[in-house]
Each structure stands twice: as structure tokens, then as C-alpha cells.
Ligand binder design. Structure first.
Ligand SMILES: Cc1cc2nc3c(=O)[nH]c(=O)nc-3n(C[C@H](O)[C@H](O)[C@H](O)COP(=O)(O)O)c2cc1C
Length: 313
């Protein structure tokens, strides 16, 4: 194994990469009291009683001396929104602690805030681990939060998602299980829930859903022709009846200028009020979901539109 060919090395690394891990930052202070740290995924639990953990450091690391002489080091399990910190602490030769408010934990190592968990350790053993040194430490202090952890797998970051229960094909017709997992139904339910408050508000103002769509579509840009407006709505997946435009014209929410349709002052005022409701709903979602969940949700919804089967007609 010592003279592994390059392609074998790569294959070995790829095989190891199939072991999904969390991501940690290990910190300590060097002989001058300067903070040092690096990103490490080699962390593992060793013993419950006494509480012990391990991680390994590449022998070539410029931080080897600091960790060897340290009287304390700390392992920080990163949370899902700390990807930037992970990249920063995996970059050699930069000021990794720039802008961080560094306090020390009880073991004397820098404390990185907002992690999923932190283990402050007293070093107990160092083992030879080939081109790495394996550090084992006794945990003398730990903290734990509800934050979801950052994951690493196959060279990419990830985050925890509960495994969806498999639907047994033979049960589909018996108990309607498929209906509960069909992505179309789930989206429909989520759409209804997300729009409930907004729908109540535009209905209270005497608008139907197609008329609301006209207001929003016109609000997206300057005035446009009827055809362009229908095309804009169709782009968002809505088949607008022409009648919706005529209704809004009759009620004075739209005005015409030659061929062009515009929002009237009253129409713009109504749209502004409705967008304030939409923003409050959005804020509610942002408060209720983590940043990582919001990012993932955005990404998945866009992907879903891209990969959805197109109709045959
Ligand atoms: C997800 C991830 C996991 C890593 N795990 C380790 C590890 O367990 N041990 C190690 O020595 N380097 C590991 N590295 C690489 C170091 O973070 C990187 O080499 C860094 O430059 C080391 O800091 P230093 O050069 O200041 O010592 C990892 C990098 C990433 C992105």
C-alpha cells in the first residue's frame, strides 16, 4: 500500500468518500497563544466512560507542532449553514480566524460559535497513523445545540434529510398510500397552505385568483399588451381567461393606453397591500425553517420544474 499507484490512490480516496461524515473544525492555541484550527472529518467517538474522542491530522500540517504541545483542543461539529467556515478552515495560509469573536472554552482552545456541538478535550494519546497522527482526547466539557449538522459525502457538502418511507406497490390501491406520497398532491397541499392567507386577503378585496394573477403579472414589469400579459401568466403555468382583464378594467384597477395595459393607482395600491401580506408569509417561513432548509427548498422546487414531465400535447 505504501507505493500505491496514482489511480489506486484516487480509487481508495473515492471509496473512502462514500462514507458520509459530519464536518468539524478542531482548534487549539500555539506556543505564542495564537489561535490555530483546521477542518477535519476524521473525528470519531471512542469511549463513553471515560468520554473520549479522536481525530487525525496530516503529518505535513503546519499546525502539527501546536497540536502536539497543546494542553487542550476542541472539536466543533459544524452546523448546516457553516459551509463557508468549513472551506475557510480547510484553506492553508490564510487568517482563518479573521472577523470571528474568539473566546476560549474551559479547555483553553478557541470557541467557534453557532456549531451543532462542541467537545473541549484534554489530550491523552497520540498514535502513529501512517501519513496522519491520531489524536485521542478526554472530553472535559461539551455543549450541544438543536442546529442541524453539515455533512460531507463524495467530496460534496450535504445536509440531513429523513429517509422517505418506501411505498410498497402492492399497498398502493389498498390504503391510498401512493396518494399520500405523490409529489403532485404534496405540492398541491403545500401550495394551498402557503397561499391561504393571501387568498383570504385578495378575496376580501373582491378579487378572484385569475384577477390576482393579472395584478401580479402586470406588477412584474411596465405595462404590456393583452397578449403579452397572457404569455407572462402562461410562463408561470397559469391559463388566464381574458375576462379577468376585462373585470379589472371595469373596476378601475387597470387602465389602457392604446394597446397597452397598466395598473391604475388603485390597482397598484391593492397590489402593494397584497405583496405586504405575501412578504409576511415569506418571513414566517424563513423564521420557521433553517437557512439550509430554505436553500434546499428553493433548489428542489426549481429542479422539480426543470425535470417535470412535459405534456404530450
Ligand atoms: C471536509 C474536509 C475534511 C477534512 N478532514 C481532514 C482531516 O480529518 N485531517 C486533516 O489533516 N485534514 C483534513 N482536511 C484538510 C484540511 O482541512 C486542510 O488540509 C487544511 O489546509 C489544513 O489546515 P492547515 O494547513 O492550516 O493545517 C479536510 C478538509 C475538508 C474540506
Amino acid at each position: 500500500m505504501t507505493n500505491m499507484r496514482e489511480d489506486r490512490k484516487k480509487a481508495f480516496r473515492n471509496a473512502l468518500g462514500n462514507f458520509a461524515t459530519g464536518v468539524t473544525i478542531v482548534t487549539t492555541r500555539d506556543e505564542h497563544g495564537r489561535p490555530v484550527g483546521l477542518t477535519a472529518s476524521s473525528f470519531n467517538s471512542v469511549s463513553l466512560d471515560p468520554p473520549m474522542v479522536l481525530w487525525s491530522l496530516a503529518l505535513e500540517s503546519p499546525n502539527m507542532a501546536a497540536f502536539r504541545r497543546a494542553s487542550g483542543w476542541a472539536v466543533h461539529i459544524l452546523s448546516a449553514d457553516q459551509e463557508e467556515l468549513s472551506n475557510r478552515f480547510a484553506t492553508r495560509g490564510i487568517d482563518k480566524f479573521a472577523g470571528l469573536d474568539i473566546q476560549d472554552g474551559p479547555e483553553g482552545a478557541p470557541f467557534i460559535a453557532n456549531c451543532a456541538a462542541r467537545f473541549g478535550c484534554r489530550p491523552t494519546f497520540e498514535y502513529d497513523g501512517g501519513d496522519h497522527a491520531i489524536f485521542v482526547g478526554e472530553v472535559i466539557d461539551f455543549v450541544h445545540s438543536e442546529r442541524a449538522p453539515l455533512l460531507f459525502h463524495g467530496g460534496k457538502y450535504g445536509q440531513v434529510a429523513a429517509k422517505a418511507p418506501a411505498v410498497r406497490p402492492d399497498r398502493i390501491d389498498q390504503d391510498g398510500a401512493f396518494g399520500r406520497y405523490f409529489i403532485g398532491h404534496l405540492l398541491h397541499r403545500a401550495h394551498n397552505a402557503a397561499f391561504a392567507e393571501l387568498r383570504r386577503e385578495y378575496r376580501r378585496r373582491g378579487l378572484r385568483s385569475s384577477e390576482y394573477t393579472v395584478l401580479v403579472s402586470l406588477g412584474l414589469g411596465d405595462g404590456c399588451t393583452r397578449d403579452a400579459l397572457l404569455a407572462r401568466a402562461a410562463n408561470g403555468g397559469v391559463d388566464l381567461p381574458l375576462e379577468a382583464i376585462e373585470q379589472l378594467l371595469a373596476r378601475g384597477h387597470l387602465v389602457t393606453e392604446g394597446e397597452m395595459l397598466h395598473l391604475s393607482a388603485a390597482g397598484r395600491q391593492m397590489l402593494t397591500e397584497l405583496m405586504a401580506v405575501a412578504q409576511a408569509v415569506q418571513l414566517h417561513f424563513e423564521d420557521s425553517l433553517t437557512l439550509a432548509e430554505m436553500t434546499q427548498l428553493n433548489h428542489l422546487l426549481r429542479r422539480l420544474s426543470e425535470v417535470a414531465p412535459r405534456g404530450r400535447h
